[in-house]
Write a protein that binds this ligand. Structure first.
Ligand code: FO1
Ligand code: 5AD
Ligand code: MET
Ligand code: SF4
Length: 324
Protein backbone atom coordinates (compact mmCIF):
# COMPACT_ATOMS: atom_id res chain seq x y z
CA UNK A 1 0.00 0.00 0.00
CA UNK A 2 1.17 3.50 -0.66
CA UNK A 3 0.09 6.48 1.39
CA UNK A 4 0.00 10.07 0.29
CA UNK A 5 3.57 11.15 0.90
CA UNK A 6 5.30 7.78 0.81
CA UNK A 7 4.82 6.65 -2.79
CA UNK A 8 5.34 2.96 -3.39
CA UNK A 9 8.86 2.52 -4.69
CA UNK A 10 9.20 -0.24 -7.25
CA UNK A 11 12.06 -2.48 -8.28
CA UNK A 12 11.51 -4.97 -11.09
CA UNK A 13 12.83 -8.37 -12.17
CA UNK A 14 12.10 -10.77 -14.99
CA UNK A 15 11.08 -14.34 -14.10
CA UNK A 16 13.42 -16.12 -16.50
CA UNK A 17 15.03 -19.36 -17.53
CA UNK A 18 18.26 -19.57 -19.54
CA UNK A 19 18.69 -21.85 -22.51
CA UNK A 20 22.21 -22.30 -23.85
CA UNK A 21 22.34 -23.28 -27.55
CA UNK A 22 26.03 -24.07 -27.08
CA UNK A 23 28.85 -23.38 -24.66
CA UNK A 24 31.45 -23.61 -27.42
CA UNK A 25 33.05 -20.28 -28.20
CA UNK A 26 35.87 -19.18 -30.48
CA UNK A 27 36.64 -16.26 -28.15
CA UNK A 28 38.67 -16.68 -25.03
CA UNK A 29 37.75 -13.84 -22.68
CA UNK A 30 39.95 -14.58 -19.69
CA UNK A 31 37.15 -13.81 -17.20
CA UNK A 32 34.78 -16.36 -18.78
CA UNK A 33 33.45 -19.34 -16.82
CA UNK A 34 30.98 -20.38 -19.50
CA UNK A 35 32.89 -21.30 -22.65
CA UNK A 36 34.32 -24.56 -23.95
CA UNK A 37 36.61 -24.95 -26.97
CA UNK A 38 35.13 -24.99 -30.49
CA UNK A 39 33.64 -28.40 -31.28
CA UNK A 40 33.81 -29.52 -27.65
CA UNK A 41 30.19 -28.99 -26.57
CA UNK A 42 27.04 -30.53 -28.00
CA UNK A 43 24.43 -28.07 -29.23
CA UNK A 44 21.06 -27.94 -27.51
CA UNK A 45 18.61 -29.94 -29.61
CA UNK A 46 15.07 -28.78 -30.26
CA UNK A 47 13.66 -31.84 -28.54
CA UNK A 48 15.77 -31.28 -25.41
CA UNK A 49 14.61 -27.65 -25.38
CA UNK A 50 11.00 -28.73 -25.84
CA UNK A 51 11.24 -31.01 -22.80
CA UNK A 52 12.60 -28.19 -20.66
CA UNK A 53 10.03 -25.68 -21.90
CA UNK A 54 7.07 -28.00 -21.37
CA UNK A 55 8.16 -28.45 -17.77
CA UNK A 56 8.46 -24.66 -17.39
CA UNK A 57 4.88 -24.14 -18.57
CA UNK A 58 3.79 -25.17 -15.09
CA UNK A 59 6.06 -22.62 -13.45
CA UNK A 60 6.08 -18.88 -13.14
CA UNK A 61 8.49 -18.16 -15.99
CA UNK A 62 7.93 -15.69 -18.79
CA UNK A 63 11.32 -14.87 -20.33
CA UNK A 64 13.55 -17.41 -21.99
CA UNK A 65 17.07 -15.98 -22.18
CA UNK A 66 18.93 -17.54 -25.09
CA UNK A 67 22.57 -17.08 -24.22
CA UNK A 68 25.23 -18.61 -26.40
CA UNK A 69 28.88 -19.22 -27.02
CA UNK A 70 29.88 -18.20 -30.53
CA UNK A 71 30.86 -19.96 -33.74
CA UNK A 72 33.26 -17.84 -35.84
CA UNK A 73 31.49 -15.75 -38.53
CA UNK A 74 33.70 -17.34 -41.23
CA UNK A 75 33.31 -20.91 -39.98
CA UNK A 76 31.50 -23.41 -42.22
CA UNK A 77 29.40 -24.21 -39.10
CA UNK A 78 28.20 -20.63 -38.62
CA UNK A 79 25.01 -21.03 -40.62
CA UNK A 80 23.94 -24.18 -38.78
CA UNK A 81 24.72 -22.48 -35.45
CA UNK A 82 22.59 -19.49 -36.39
CA UNK A 83 19.77 -21.67 -37.66
CA UNK A 84 19.71 -23.57 -34.36
CA UNK A 85 19.37 -20.33 -32.41
CA UNK A 86 16.62 -19.13 -34.74
CA UNK A 87 14.75 -22.43 -34.41
CA UNK A 88 15.08 -22.38 -30.62
CA UNK A 89 13.56 -18.87 -30.55
CA UNK A 90 10.65 -20.04 -32.71
CA UNK A 91 10.04 -22.98 -30.39
CA UNK A 92 10.15 -20.75 -27.31
CA UNK A 93 7.49 -18.51 -28.87
CA UNK A 94 5.34 -21.42 -30.02
CA UNK A 95 5.24 -22.69 -26.43
CA UNK A 96 4.10 -19.26 -25.21
CA UNK A 97 7.28 -17.78 -23.73
CA UNK A 98 9.06 -14.53 -24.62
CA UNK A 99 12.60 -14.95 -26.04
CA UNK A 100 15.51 -12.55 -25.45
CA UNK A 101 18.69 -13.55 -27.30
CA UNK A 102 22.30 -12.60 -26.55
CA UNK A 103 24.51 -14.69 -28.85
CA UNK A 104 27.38 -12.25 -29.30
CA UNK A 105 27.89 -10.05 -32.36
CA UNK A 106 25.72 -10.87 -35.39
CA UNK A 107 25.73 -9.85 -39.03
CA UNK A 108 23.08 -7.29 -39.99
CA UNK A 109 21.09 -10.01 -41.75
CA UNK A 110 21.30 -12.34 -38.74
CA UNK A 111 20.14 -9.58 -36.42
CA UNK A 112 17.27 -8.75 -38.74
CA UNK A 113 16.13 -12.37 -38.77
CA UNK A 114 16.33 -12.70 -34.99
CA UNK A 115 14.24 -9.55 -34.59
CA UNK A 116 11.25 -11.46 -35.94
CA UNK A 117 11.51 -14.13 -33.20
CA UNK A 118 12.64 -12.08 -30.17
CA UNK A 119 10.83 -9.50 -28.07
CA UNK A 120 14.19 -7.90 -27.24
CA UNK A 121 17.85 -8.68 -27.69
CA UNK A 122 21.11 -7.85 -25.95
CA UNK A 123 24.85 -7.50 -26.07
CA UNK A 124 27.11 -6.07 -23.38
CA UNK A 125 29.55 -3.39 -24.50
CA UNK A 126 31.76 -4.58 -21.60
CA UNK A 127 34.15 -1.58 -21.81
CA UNK A 128 35.13 0.43 -24.86
CA UNK A 129 38.72 1.13 -23.92
CA UNK A 130 41.03 -0.54 -26.47
CA UNK A 131 43.62 -1.31 -23.81
CA UNK A 132 41.61 -4.42 -22.83
CA UNK A 133 42.47 -5.91 -26.23
CA UNK A 134 45.94 -6.45 -24.80
CA UNK A 135 44.69 -8.06 -21.60
CA UNK A 136 41.35 -9.83 -20.93
CA UNK A 137 40.22 -9.58 -24.58
CA UNK A 138 43.53 -10.41 -26.25
CA UNK A 139 42.04 -13.61 -27.68
CA UNK A 140 38.47 -12.36 -28.09
CA UNK A 141 37.87 -10.85 -31.52
CA UNK A 142 34.15 -10.46 -30.68
CA UNK A 143 35.06 -7.89 -28.03
CA UNK A 144 36.46 -5.32 -30.47
CA UNK A 145 34.87 -2.08 -29.27
CA UNK A 146 33.94 -0.87 -32.80
CA UNK A 147 32.25 -4.17 -33.57
CA UNK A 148 30.12 -4.01 -30.42
CA UNK A 149 29.20 -0.38 -30.92
CA UNK A 150 28.10 -1.22 -34.43
CA UNK A 151 25.79 -3.91 -33.01
CA UNK A 152 24.05 -1.28 -30.91
CA UNK A 153 23.75 0.95 -33.95
CA UNK A 154 22.26 -1.83 -36.08
CA UNK A 155 19.82 -2.72 -33.30
CA UNK A 156 18.73 0.92 -33.37
CA UNK A 157 18.30 0.96 -37.14
CA UNK A 158 16.29 -2.25 -36.96
CA UNK A 159 14.18 -0.98 -34.03
CA UNK A 160 15.08 -3.84 -31.73
CA UNK A 161 14.45 -3.13 -28.02
CA UNK A 162 17.93 -3.62 -26.65
CA UNK A 163 19.77 -4.47 -23.45
CA UNK A 164 23.43 -3.61 -23.06
CA UNK A 165 25.81 -2.89 -20.25
CA UNK A 166 29.24 -2.63 -18.71
CA UNK A 167 31.36 -5.36 -17.19
CA UNK A 168 33.08 -3.74 -14.19
CA UNK A 169 36.45 -4.62 -12.73
CA UNK A 170 38.27 -6.06 -15.73
CA UNK A 171 41.13 -3.57 -15.74
CA UNK A 172 39.33 -0.37 -16.71
CA UNK A 173 39.43 3.04 -15.02
CA UNK A 174 36.61 5.25 -13.72
CA UNK A 175 37.08 7.41 -16.78
CA UNK A 176 36.53 4.37 -18.99
CA UNK A 177 33.12 3.86 -17.34
CA UNK A 178 32.19 7.40 -18.26
CA UNK A 179 33.19 6.93 -21.90
CA UNK A 180 31.29 3.68 -22.29
CA UNK A 181 28.17 5.13 -20.63
CA UNK A 182 28.42 8.23 -22.80
CA UNK A 183 28.58 6.09 -25.95
CA UNK A 184 25.41 4.23 -24.92
CA UNK A 185 23.70 7.51 -24.17
CA UNK A 186 24.67 8.99 -27.57
CA UNK A 187 23.36 5.98 -29.48
CA UNK A 188 20.15 6.02 -27.49
CA UNK A 189 19.64 9.68 -28.33
CA UNK A 190 19.71 8.69 -32.01
CA UNK A 191 17.55 5.58 -31.91
CA UNK A 192 15.74 5.49 -28.53
CA UNK A 193 16.14 1.72 -28.41
CA UNK A 194 18.07 0.93 -25.21
CA UNK A 195 15.67 -0.39 -22.58
CA UNK A 196 18.21 -1.16 -19.90
CA UNK A 197 21.88 -0.97 -19.03
CA UNK A 198 23.34 -3.75 -16.90
CA UNK A 199 26.11 -2.81 -14.48
CA UNK A 200 27.73 -6.20 -14.04
CA UNK A 201 30.42 -6.60 -11.39
CA UNK A 202 33.18 -9.00 -12.48
CA UNK A 203 32.80 -12.05 -10.24
CA UNK A 204 35.54 -14.67 -10.32
CA UNK A 205 34.54 -18.27 -10.99
CA UNK A 206 36.18 -21.68 -11.11
CA UNK A 207 37.13 -21.78 -14.75
CA UNK A 208 38.55 -18.37 -15.55
CA UNK A 209 42.25 -17.55 -15.97
CA UNK A 210 41.85 -13.81 -15.25
CA UNK A 211 43.38 -13.51 -11.82
CA UNK A 212 41.55 -10.60 -10.22
CA UNK A 213 39.28 -10.10 -7.25
CA UNK A 214 35.58 -9.51 -7.64
CA UNK A 215 34.59 -5.92 -8.41
CA UNK A 216 34.26 -4.31 -5.01
CA UNK A 217 30.49 -4.05 -4.38
CA UNK A 218 31.09 -0.96 -2.25
CA UNK A 219 32.02 0.86 -5.45
CA UNK A 220 28.81 -0.08 -7.28
CA UNK A 221 26.69 2.79 -5.93
CA UNK A 222 29.31 5.20 -7.26
CA UNK A 223 29.07 3.68 -10.74
CA UNK A 224 25.27 3.68 -10.55
CA UNK A 225 25.23 7.36 -9.59
CA UNK A 226 27.52 8.18 -12.49
CA UNK A 227 25.39 6.10 -14.87
CA UNK A 228 22.24 7.80 -13.68
CA UNK A 229 23.83 11.19 -14.47
CA UNK A 230 24.95 10.18 -17.95
CA UNK A 231 22.09 7.97 -19.17
CA UNK A 232 18.72 9.39 -20.22
CA UNK A 233 15.96 8.74 -17.65
CA UNK A 234 14.07 6.30 -19.88
CA UNK A 235 16.92 3.77 -19.64
CA UNK A 236 16.59 1.49 -16.62
CA UNK A 237 19.71 0.51 -14.70
CA UNK A 238 19.94 -3.21 -13.92
CA UNK A 239 22.15 -4.93 -11.36
CA UNK A 240 22.39 -8.69 -10.82
CA UNK A 241 21.47 -9.35 -7.16
CA UNK A 242 23.41 -12.63 -6.97
CA UNK A 243 26.64 -10.74 -7.64
CA UNK A 244 25.97 -8.16 -4.90
CA UNK A 245 26.04 -10.45 -1.91
CA UNK A 246 25.61 -8.01 0.92
CA UNK A 247 21.98 -7.02 1.53
CA UNK A 248 22.87 -3.50 2.62
CA UNK A 249 24.85 -2.92 -0.55
CA UNK A 250 22.06 -4.28 -2.69
CA UNK A 251 19.72 -1.79 -1.06
CA UNK A 252 22.13 1.06 -1.47
CA UNK A 253 22.43 0.19 -5.20
CA UNK A 254 18.67 0.49 -5.51
CA UNK A 255 18.59 3.69 -3.51
CA UNK A 256 21.24 5.17 -5.81
CA UNK A 257 19.19 4.49 -8.93
CA UNK A 258 19.26 0.83 -10.00
CA UNK A 259 15.63 -0.21 -10.49
CA UNK A 260 15.84 -3.66 -12.02
CA UNK A 261 17.33 -6.98 -10.89
CA UNK A 262 17.35 -8.65 -14.30
CA UNK A 263 16.40 -12.17 -15.17
CA UNK A 264 16.00 -14.37 -12.11
CA UNK A 265 15.89 -18.12 -12.50
CA UNK A 266 17.29 -21.37 -11.14
CA UNK A 267 20.84 -20.90 -12.49
CA UNK A 268 22.98 -17.99 -13.60
CA UNK A 269 24.72 -19.65 -16.54
CA UNK A 270 27.38 -16.93 -16.75
CA UNK A 271 28.22 -17.01 -13.07
CA UNK A 272 27.30 -20.54 -12.01
CA UNK A 273 29.19 -20.12 -8.73
CA UNK A 274 26.74 -17.41 -7.61
CA UNK A 275 23.25 -18.83 -7.06
CA UNK A 276 20.31 -16.44 -7.25
CA UNK A 277 18.24 -15.62 -4.22
CA UNK A 278 14.69 -16.56 -5.09
CA UNK A 279 11.87 -14.09 -5.40
CA UNK A 280 10.63 -14.51 -1.84
CA UNK A 281 14.08 -13.99 -0.29
CA UNK A 282 14.58 -10.85 -2.36
CA UNK A 283 11.21 -9.54 -1.27
CA UNK A 284 12.22 -10.02 2.36
CA UNK A 285 15.27 -7.84 1.80
CA UNK A 286 13.50 -5.16 -0.19
CA UNK A 287 10.16 -4.81 1.53
CA UNK A 288 11.35 -3.62 4.97
CA UNK A 289 13.27 -0.86 3.17
CA UNK A 290 10.10 0.22 1.35
CA UNK A 291 10.70 -1.40 -2.03
CA UNK A 292 8.13 -3.51 -3.78
CA UNK A 293 9.49 -6.24 -6.07
CA UNK A 294 7.41 -6.43 -9.25
CA UNK A 295 7.79 -8.88 -12.15
CA UNK A 296 8.19 -7.46 -15.65
CA UNK A 297 8.38 -8.78 -19.20
CA UNK A 298 11.65 -8.87 -21.19
CA UNK A 299 10.26 -6.05 -23.35
CA UNK A 300 9.34 -2.70 -21.84
CA UNK A 301 5.84 -1.43 -22.78
CA UNK A 302 7.09 1.59 -24.75
CA UNK A 303 8.58 -0.81 -27.33
CA UNK A 304 5.57 -3.04 -27.95
CA UNK A 305 4.72 -1.19 -31.17
CA UNK A 306 8.15 -2.07 -32.65
CA UNK A 307 7.28 -5.77 -32.60
CA UNK A 308 5.56 -7.71 -35.36
CA UNK A 309 1.82 -8.37 -34.95
CA UNK A 310 2.66 -11.98 -34.20
CA UNK A 311 4.98 -11.05 -31.35
CA UNK A 312 2.61 -8.39 -30.05
CA UNK A 313 -0.10 -11.02 -29.71
CA UNK A 314 2.08 -13.14 -27.40
CA UNK A 315 3.24 -10.09 -25.45
CA UNK A 316 -0.32 -8.84 -24.97
CA UNK A 317 -1.31 -12.16 -23.46
CA UNK A 318 1.45 -11.76 -20.83
CA UNK A 319 0.66 -8.11 -20.13
CA UNK A 320 -2.94 -8.99 -19.35
CA UNK A 321 -1.74 -11.73 -17.04
CA UNK A 322 -0.23 -10.78 -13.65
CA UNK A 323 2.55 -8.62 -15.00
CA UNK A 324 2.91 -4.87 -15.06
O1 FO1 B 1 21.27 -14.52 -15.58
C1 FO1 B 1 21.89 -13.71 -16.29
N1 FO1 B 1 21.20 -12.96 -17.18
C2 FO1 B 1 21.83 -12.11 -17.99
N2 FO1 B 1 21.10 -11.39 -18.92
C3 FO1 B 1 19.63 -11.47 -18.88
C4 FO1 B 1 18.94 -10.14 -18.56
O2 FO1 B 1 18.96 -9.90 -17.21
C5 FO1 B 1 17.51 -10.15 -19.13
O3 FO1 B 1 17.46 -11.00 -20.22
C6 FO1 B 1 17.12 -8.78 -19.63
O4 FO1 B 1 16.97 -7.92 -18.53
C7 FO1 B 1 15.76 -8.82 -20.39
O5 FO1 B 1 14.72 -9.13 -19.51
C8 FO1 B 1 21.75 -10.64 -19.91
C9 FO1 B 1 21.01 -10.12 -20.98
C10 FO1 B 1 21.68 -9.39 -21.96
O6 FO1 B 1 21.00 -8.91 -22.99
C11 FO1 B 1 23.06 -9.15 -21.86
C12 FO1 B 1 23.79 -9.69 -20.81
C13 FO1 B 1 23.15 -10.45 -19.82
C14 FO1 B 1 23.87 -11.04 -18.78
C15 FO1 B 1 23.23 -11.92 -17.93
C16 FO1 B 1 23.93 -12.70 -16.94
O7 FO1 B 1 25.14 -12.61 -16.79
N3 FO1 B 1 23.23 -13.57 -16.18
C1 5AD C 1 26.93 -12.33 -20.85
C2 5AD C 1 27.81 -11.38 -20.14
O1 5AD C 1 28.29 -11.92 -18.93
C3 5AD C 1 29.38 -11.16 -18.50
N1 5AD C 1 30.41 -11.99 -17.84
C4 5AD C 1 31.24 -12.92 -18.39
N2 5AD C 1 32.07 -13.42 -17.46
C5 5AD C 1 31.77 -12.81 -16.28
C6 5AD C 1 32.28 -12.89 -14.94
N3 5AD C 1 33.28 -13.72 -14.58
N4 5AD C 1 31.72 -12.10 -13.99
C7 5AD C 1 30.69 -11.27 -14.30
N5 5AD C 1 30.17 -11.16 -15.53
C8 5AD C 1 30.70 -11.91 -16.51
C9 5AD C 1 29.90 -10.42 -19.73
O2 5AD C 1 29.60 -9.05 -19.57
C10 5AD C 1 29.11 -11.02 -20.87
O3 5AD C 1 28.86 -10.13 -21.93
C1 MET D 1 28.86 -15.85 -21.50
S1 MET D 1 28.90 -14.60 -22.69
C2 MET D 1 27.51 -15.00 -23.67
C3 MET D 1 27.22 -14.00 -24.75
C4 MET D 1 28.34 -13.68 -25.74
N1 MET D 1 29.21 -14.78 -25.97
C5 MET D 1 29.11 -12.45 -25.28
O1 MET D 1 30.09 -12.53 -24.61
O2 MET D 1 28.73 -11.36 -25.58
S1 SF4 E 1 32.32 -14.13 -22.44
FE1 SF4 E 1 31.08 -14.71 -24.26
S2 SF4 E 1 32.49 -14.23 -25.96
FE2 SF4 E 1 33.78 -14.29 -24.13
S3 SF4 E 1 34.54 -16.41 -24.10
FE3 SF4 E 1 32.72 -16.32 -22.82
S4 SF4 E 1 31.07 -17.00 -24.16
FE4 SF4 E 1 32.78 -16.40 -25.46
Amino acid sequence: MSVANTPCAIATYSPAYTIVPTYECFNRCTYCNFRTDPGKSPWMTLSAAENILKRLQKEKVCEILILSGEVHPHSSRRQAWFQRIYDLCKLVLALGFLPHTNAGPLSFAEMQQLKSVNVSMGLMLEQLTPKLLETVHRHAPSKLPELRLQQLEWAGELQIPFTTGLLLGIGESANDWRETLQAISNLHQRYHHIQEVILQPHSPGNQQTFDALAFDPHKLPEVIAKARQILPPDITIQIPPNLVKDERWLLSCIETGARDLGGIGPKDEVNPDYPHLQEQELREILQPAGWQLVPRLPVYPQFDSWLSEELQTVVRRWRNFVFA
